[in-house]
Design a protein. Sequence first.
Length: 130
Amino acid sequence: MFNSIRTWFTNKGKLPAALMAELQSEGIVLINEKLRGTITYRDFHAPGKRFLYNKSAFTSTVVVTKMRLSATSYTNTAINVPFTDERIRKMQFSVEDGQKLLVAFDASLFHPIGRAGSNLDLRCRMLSSF
């Protein structure tokens, strides 16, 4: 039991092996693992979920390849969009305090069932190299 708990904490905020292999084949330009982040939902509506405001913390990985931008929330995909995709133009990117990457987008871009304004805030160590 102790080994499974230790493994969970060790892998928390890392990419699953299958996704990592796929991203490496595309040519990783920037990778930043085990980032602390928050996701904020405003006026969120989806089957079985409704809230005016919800903010939750998570551990994330951000990867920029030659072909796409990918970010996770724990091991779930939060953003996975190719640079040629129309959705990336609908996302707003900004940097706050030189260390915080803010990605603002409508949740329906990635989850057609729901609708809401979403903000993904990530504290990045290597943001200056991006």
